[in-house]
Design a protein around this ligand. Structure first.
Ligand code: N01
Length: 531
């Protein structure tokens, strides 16, 4: 295999797979380099029981090929991890992409060599590469957070991480299981593990708001209907604030009667999924409006969970959606099972992990298996983990130590010809990730073609454009409730990480428009220099 390319793409998840297709179409030479031993990114690593998407599969899928849309059959409203992985493998095979994907190879460093105007890339297997362009399709939620609980290394039983679940089936029959973490991963795993385990202790630090998925199988009639409406579904999603196919709410939660409000929440709860956050337009803008939605969910928890003390402990108090809302399949109901115990770490923190289990300040809980669903160093973790050095040896990690500043979440000043997919400063995790990925890859490819057409081939975000975008992005976030609690959106889940709101929340349509305008205006905010 050769080592010199026009483009090196990091990561073979949705981003890398689509990049391979697009770059090949454009006639550029490239390689996609992936650390895992299979393609799929998030869907390769997160194989834990219950893992599935919480955006309907028909939307959480590629739209670049209508033949693909027509050929592939989703079996459920929300596809399982296994089905999403199968889909990505199907795409890779259909478009013959595997031959340009190098697996089991982790990029350790990428340095911009100004003498050649090329990226020099080193891997963990001793191979090195050179490319004109570097595209980081590393995923915003792919670098697991370090778990800093005392004694974690001394546990004698099985330790399983949701973020790197083993390929082989894990049988929990007759096992005493403990799980730390009640975000989306924990919430999906808990009901499934509880059905098999002898006992399950759920160690909860911060209670989570979750709404039912209302998942259902898709029969052939439903699929045919969807297939005939794909174009319209995609278009409606492009117009939606979060890039999903849900109607924009027109009313404030505060302008309707309590009866109408409750009926609206009930209808959204029944519809399932993120429809709940589209009940009223001001739920993430106005604390009073947000309180009504939060109280509705708390009332549902009290309704579902039979033990009032457990219901109380499961009830969150932070604004709803300021931590990423969860979508579940029987999460709260699981706490009615006799083999499930909630351990509220706010009143009884973990003192240490011992050889036999978990010792809280009030009891010793013996377990056989410990599941860690403790989250990620989100948005920036997988990028700064690599030693990325731009012009004059400037390190990206160093540059971002105070703030992960980017222009449009696509590029960063000082790092010519480096592009990010769903980087900080783009809607990314607050949008439907797959269309966002396609949009970014299309934009980046067009930008590369433009740079090459000018003869220079070198493109770099200007510091002025980057500063203005970062300020705009922070100002938009400040006008919402998204940054009002300690979430991973802010980096607050990682000790020592700079607190800065990372996704762009100015709305998906506005963001698409901005990207399009920048391109139309000759890539305004970027500078081109001679090669
Ligand atoms: O991680 P999280 P996740 N001691 O950070 C707790 C996407 N996703 O993997 O909140 C005790 O949300 C932590 O507690 P606290 C989705 O975007 C999507 O679940 O920090 N507890 C929290 O409860 C999601 O938001 C799907 O107090 C500790 C949990 O661990 C994102 O990935 C499925 C702890 C971490 O929750 C991340 O979700 C799965 C400690 N030392 C994930 N450290 C879909 O459905 C952490 N916690 C598509």
């Amino acid at each position: 295999m050769k080592n010199h390319f026009d483009v090196v793409v990091v990561g073979a998840g949705f981003s890398g797979v689509y990049a391979a297709h697009r770059l090949r179409d454009l006639g550029l030479s490239f390689v996609v380099i992936e650390a895992g031993d299979g393609i799929g990114g998030t869907w390769h690593w997160n194989r834990y029981p219950g893992a599935r998407c919480d955006i309907p599969s028909i939307e959480y899928s590629f739209q670049f090929s209508s033949a693909l849309e027509q050929e592939w059959n989703w079996s459920e409203r929300y596809a399982t991890q296994a089905e999403i992985l199968k889909y990505l493998e199907f795409v890779a095979d259909k478009f013959d992409l595997r031959k340009d994907i190098l697996l089991s190879t982790r990029i350790e460093s990428a340095k911009f060599d100004a003498s050649k105007n090329r990226w020099s890339i080193q891997t963990n297997v001793g191979r090195s590469f050179e490319s004109s362009y570097l595209i980081l399709g590393t995923g915003p939620l792919s670098s697991p957070k370090n778990v800093d609980i005392s004694g974690i290394g001394s546990f004698a039983g099985r330790v399983l991480r949701t973020s790197s679940w083993p390929r082989e089936e894990i049988d929990f029959t007759n096992r005493r299981v403990g799980i730390i973490g009640t975000g989306s991963s924990g919430l999906q795993a808990i009901p499934i593990v509880a059905k098999k385990a002898k006992s399950l202790h759920v160690f909860q630090r911060t209670p989570t708001y979750s709404v039912p998925a209302n998942n259902y199988p898709l029969d052939s009639q439903m699929r045919e209907k969807i297939k005939s409406e794909y174009a319209a579904i995609r278009e409606r999603s492009r117009q939606n604030y979060f890039g999903v196919d849900l109607p924009a709410p027109t009313k404030s939660a505060l302008e309707v009667s309590p009866e109408e409000r409750r009926a609206t929440y009930e209808a959204c709860w029944k519809a399932g999924g993120f429809a709940f956050m589209f009940a009223f337009y001001d739920l993430v803008l106005n604390k009073e409006a947000n309180d009504t939605a939060a109280e509705f969910v708390r009332s549902k928890i009290r309704e579902i969970v039979k033990d009032p003390r457990v219901a109380e402990a499961l009830s969150p108090s932070q604004p709803i959606a300021c931590k990423r809302m969860c979508v579940d399949m029987g999460y709260y109901e699981t706490f009615n099972r006799s083999n499930v115990t909630l351990v509220d770490l706010r009143s009884t923190p973990i003192a240490e992990i011992t050889q036999q289990g978990v010792r809280t300040v009030s009891e010793n809980i013996e377990i056989d298996d410990l599941i860690l669903a403790t989250g990620f160093d989100a948005m920036t973790g997988s990028i700064v983990k690599m030693d990325i050095q731009g012009r004059n040896g400037i390190e990206l990690k160093q540059k971002w130590a105070h703030e992960p500043s980017t222009y449009l979440g696509l590029a960063s000043n000082g790092f010519p010809n480096l592009f990010m997919v769903n980087g900080p400063g783009s809607p990314s995790v607050l949008s439907n990730m797959v269309p966002s990925i396609e949009n970014h890859i299309d934009w980046i490819s067009d930008c590369i073609l433009h740079a090459r057409s000018l003869g220079s081939g070198i493109i770099e975000a200007t510091s002025e454009a980057e500063r203005a975008w970062t300020q705009h992005s922070a100002a938009v976030a400040a006008g919402t409730l998204f940054n009002s609690c300690n979430s991973w959106y802010l980096g607050a889940n990682v000790p020592g990480k700079t607190r800065a709101f990372m996704p762009y929340v100015g709305g998906y349509p506005a963001y698409l428009q901005k990207c399009s305008d920048v391109a139309k205006n000759g890539y305004e905010g970027f500078s081109f220099s001679a090669s």
